[in-house]
Design a protein around this ligand. Structure first.
Ligand SMILES: N[C@@H](CCC(=O)N[C@@H](CS)C(=O)NCC(=O)O)C(=O)O
Length: 246
């Protein structure tokens, strides 16, 4: 049986989770608790040496990188539900949106998320406890991020990330005012991967994502939340405890 290791239905973890639900695939749900640093334990680093979720185990294969996992599921498990366009042009359009969320949109939202939630979590640790946690983090860039979250991100960095977030939601809204889905005509991995980051911004960034400023984006967020797969996912998979969903 497929096994997914995740933090639950948010951010990068939500991409493969919602893909599995949309495709109707049965899988073992392994939810790691970031507050207990479970993703930095030796047993999990034996699965993903980067100590990050999500990770998919399919027999003797381990697939990492959230969007790659989604594409793998689409390739390996051809179910009645296809989440990728059939045409080369459609696939290209989908990948422009998934590349954009992976390389741009997710990063600015992530920094603000770390500032708001991870910072509070690590400030509660003693220096010795914190150093012990950092020593277990395999990726140097992630060690730097944990340290930054503890010290406090510089204000100019937070301002720049907020500027990028405002640009990102405007870009999505601009498209979604005139298109039902990101790739016209079909619900695809582009919608899943961008929704994974955008969902919840109507609460956490309500000054930017609301019915007056971004009606197209809000309609799309609500439409995906109303899909049976999303409803089942949110009902069945517990969310990580670091940040409020609404
Ligand atoms: N590029 C990776 C990024 C994975 C990633 O950043 N995962 C986050 C959760 S959304 C994580 O494990 N963070 C904990 C950490 O790095 O300490 C992907 O798309 O899967």
């Amino acid at each position: 049986m497929l096994k997914l290791y995740s933090f639950g239905p948010a951010a990068n973890s939500m991409k493969p989770l919602l893909t599995l639900y949309e495709k109707g695939l049965d899988f073992e749900k392994n939810r790691l608790d970031p507050a207990k640093f479970e993703h930095h334990t030796d047993w999990f680093k034996a699965i993903n040496p980067r100590g990050q979720v999500p990770a998919l185990v399919d027999g003797d294969r381990v697939i990492t990188e959230s969007t790659v996992i989604c594409e793998y599921l689409e390739d390996e498990y051809q179910t009645a539900v296809s989440l990728r366009p059939a045409t080369s042009a459609g696939k290209a359009a989908m990948r422009v949106w998934t590349k954009w969320v992976d390389e741009y949109f997710c990063w600015c939202v992530s920094t603000i998320g770390w500032h708001r939630y991870v910072g509070n979590m690590v400030k509660a640790l003693s220096d010795a406890e914190f150093e012990e946690k950092v020593a277990a983090i395999p990726v140097v860039e992630q060690q730097v991020k944990w340290r930054r979250a503890r010290e406090g991100f510089p204000q100019d960095m937070l301002d720049e990330e907020m500027r990028k977030i405002a640009y990102s939601v405007a870009r999505l809204d601009d498209h979604l005012r005139t298109h039902e889905w990101l790739v016209p005509g079909q619900f695809t991995l582009a919608d899943i991967c961008n929704f994974a980051i955008a969902n919840g911004m109507q609460f956490g960034f309500s000054e930017l994502v609301n019915k007056d400023a971004t009606p197209g984006l809000l309609r799309w967020i609500e439409q995906i939340n109303a899909r049976p797969a999303a409803r089942a996912m949110f009902a069945e998979v517990e969310l990580e405890k670091l940040g409020p969903r609404e």
